[in-house]
Design a protein around this ligand. Structure first.
Ligand code: ACO
Length: 336
């Protein structure tokens, strides 16, 4: 864990969703499935998907504007952009560079993407924390955005039911009152089990050499394997994060977890001994929006009045890599 030199303030959080809703019943037009099968195993009833030309950059841009407005920070004041995505429209230019241009940031600030799948927001926050603590950057925009619907295999009913599109963004700054809004943060990975969730970026070898067997396209997931791994490690991991911060679970107001499967969320909830009103879930309406899921859940739950600001929350995520991570944060008034 980074010992803070300069503390970090979470200044603004925003989100954006595509308008098109695809319900579980709609999916029965694609393959043999049912609302009952999907809902009982995942907690998902519907998801949003991009349509036409819209993509993760558009969603990320909207979420960024919303987060900047809440932070009352002009785009010209941003000195670093970090974008996290599991489903970028292109490998380059980076989403972060696109966002820099869309926001009209004329200064030559750094902007880069990170690949930590659904743990992307926590990874981004961890990187931002280190930069702010060192004094290297002052105002950082973290954008987490995904158009999974373009990268799932719509013939694979066991994975395509799970995902949706969306974006979340967080503006963090050097704190001017000495209070650090990141009470604790930790990120992890285990590449040995990377084959649990894969999305190949494929091409062809030089035509003058032996070719290779291309990998299947679309998101491939060993759902049972992911479930077993995450259900085993995550509840204990989140509990340890809280204990290692010198806190007790009951001292934290909300659990805002990555929205991948309602049963995994419930396992963490049970471990922490939280009642339903302390746990943010919106998976029913948006499915798994990957990197976007945590900031989307945070900003939307504040908007709907479920989460009251002036509180604390434990965020936790997991995803391809396998990666996982958690953060205990202060949610100040006015951030979303
Ligand atoms: N509708 C109806 N039947 C289905 C469907 C469907 N949509 N999908 C699969 N089935 C069938 C299978 O064909 C199988 O039938 P069979 O027994 O005749 O072979 C049966 O249902 C059981 O299939 P499983 O895949 O074993 O189903 P399981 O109970 O494991 O549930 C699920 C699948 C919901 C995906 C579950 O494993 C899960 O939620 N895993 C965790 C997923 C997760 O959290 N992923 C995070 C990804 S985040 C990221 O980084 C991208």
């Amino acid at each position: 864990m980074v010992k803070s030199l300069i503390p970090l303030r979470i200044a603004g959080v925003g989100y954006s969703l595509p308008e098109t809703v695809i319900t579980n019943d709609d999916l029965t037009k694609l393959y043999d499935t049912s609302d009952e099968w999907i809902y009982t195993r995942t907690g998902i009833k519907e998801r949003r998907v991009v349509s036409g030309e819209q993509n993760a950059i558009d969603l990320g841009f909207e979420a960024s504007k919303n987060a900047l407005a809440k932070a009352k920070i002009d785009p010209s004041e941003i000195d670093l952009i970090i974008a996290a995505s599991s489903a970028p429209p292109d490998l380059y230019p980076a989403i972060a560079c696109h966002i820099q241009a869309r926001l009209g940031i004329k200064t030559q600030i750094p902007a880069f993407d990170i690949t930590a799948a659904c743990t992307g927001l926590i990874y981004g926050l961890s990187i931002a924390k280190a930069y702010i603590a060192s004094g290297m950057y002052k105002n950082i925009l973290i954008v987490a955005t995904d158009n999974n619907s373009r990268l799932v295999n719509w013939e694979d009913r066991s994975t395509s039911i799970l995902f949706g599109d969306g974006a979340g963004a967080m503006v963090v700054t050097a704190s001017d009152d000495g209070v650090d809004d990141v009470i604790a943060i930790d990120i992890k990975s285990d590449g040995h089990i990377g084959d649990l969730i894969e999305l190949s970026f494929d091409g062809k070898n030089c035509p003058l050499v032996e070719q290779y067997e291309p990998k299947p396209t679309g998101i491939r997931m060993n759902g049972k394997g992911v479930y077993a791994f995450v259900a085993k490690i995550l509840p204990h991991y989140v509990e340890n994060l809280i204990t290692s911060a010198g806190m007790k679970a009951e001292e934290i107001d909300y659990l805002i977890p990555h929205q991948a499967n309602i049963r995994i969320i419930q396992a963490v909830q049970e471990r922490l001994g939280y009642s339903d009103d302390k746990v943010v879930t919106n998976i029913k309406y948006y499915g798994n929006t990957s990197a976007a899921s945590i900031p989307l859940a945070l900003a939307e739950s504040v908007e709907k009045g479920k989460v009251k600001l002036g509180s604390t929350a434990v965020l936790c995520g997991f995803g391809a890599g396998m990666t996982w991570g958690g953060a205990i944060v202060r949610l100040r008034e006015g951030i979303c």
